[in-house]
Write a protein that binds this ligand. Structure first.
Ligand SMILES: Nc1ncnc2c1ncn2[C@@H]1O[C@H](COP(=O)(O)OP(=O)(O)OP(=O)(O)O)[C@@H](O)[C@H]1O
Length: 257
């Protein structure tokens, strides 16, 4: 199995605060990995370091067998490592199709050459393809502000999928999304992931989503990975239950109240 992401001794301190410490994680191609942890456990810090948004205090990161520490988000995107955000990073007052065309133009290194047309035929075709795949084609000419939260999340993830990435890091894809929408959203994302053969690592607070969509879990507490393994094993771990998920409710005894 091919190794795609490897961190060794990855740490980040903010003054006296240990946001992440000695993170040693190896992910192989095609894995779908969930990242869980209480608020402030270090999940976003980990994702920010891996995707070039935050310089680590120490440690190394390899992507596709090559060191990537010190590379910025745009360089990493071109290498095939992309992400989405807890709060979608979109141009709210622009139509959906423009958001996609601008993202594609930026990926073509033309973001500061607005004199050139952004809506080329190739870009519009690529935009239409991903809109259809993410089931948000009906919003193509709407402003982002007119989209429900779930559709905005799908657009943000669609943008992360442009340019044929190999690995996608998603920061809380279902946060702010209604209970009715969240499974449809995840089914759509996972189908697109499957079709593209992507490796995915996503932060999630919702354990039903974790159980349904991931095979492996990294559990964070106080900046440290306290457990890394198959989903059932991690969620059954006492320390994880104590520090992350809470103890499962004990079944009521027969005839009990
Ligand atoms: N820029 C920063 N400056 C100072 N402290 C920070 C900064 N970013 C994160 N921290 C601290 O680092 C720790 C880890 O934060 P992080 O955002 O990674 O946690 P998280 O697990 O993603 O939390 P949440 O689930 O609430 O998003 C927290 O104590 C947080 O306050």
């Amino acid at each position: 199995m091919t190794e795609i992401l490897k961190t060794v001794g990855l740490s980040r301190y903010f003054g006296a605060v240990t946001a992440a410490e000695d993170i040693n994680v190896t992910i192989t191609e095609g894995e779908i990995v969930g990242v869980i942890g209480a608020n402030g456990a270090g999940k976003t810090t980990f994702i920010n370091m891996v995707t070039g948004y935050l310089p680590p205090s120490s440690g190394t990161i390899e992507f596709g067998g090559k060191p990537i520490k010190g590379l910025g988000p745009r360089k990493l995107m071109r290498k095939g490592l992309t992400r989405s955000f807890q709060i979608p990073q979109l141009f709210l007052e622009l139509p959906v199709i423009d958001n996609l065309a601008i993202a594609l133009a930026a990926a073509d290194h033309q973001q500061f050459q607005m004199i050139r047309p952004v809506h080329t035929k190739d870009r519009l075709e690529a935009a239409e393809e991903i809109l259809a795949q993410m089931n948000i084609a009906q919003y193509r000419n709407e402003m982002v502000t007119a989209m429900p939260q779930g559709a905005r999340k799908l657009l943000d993830i669609a943008i992360a999928m442009l340019g044929s990435p190999r690995m996608l890091l998603l920061d809380e894809p279902t946060s702010g999304v209604s209970v009715e929408e969240k499974y449809t959203l995840m089914d759509t994302v996972m189908e697109a992931v499957r079709q593209r053969g992507l490796t995915v690592l996503f932060v999630e607070h919702d354990m039903e989503i974790v159980q349904r969509y991931v095979t492996r879990v990294l559990a964070f507490a106080s900046g440290i990975v306290i457990k890394d393994g198959p989903v059932d094993e991690v969620l059954a771990d006492e320390k994880v239950q104590e520090l992350v998920t809470g103890k499962p409710k004990t079944a009521k005894t027969e005839g009990g109240a």
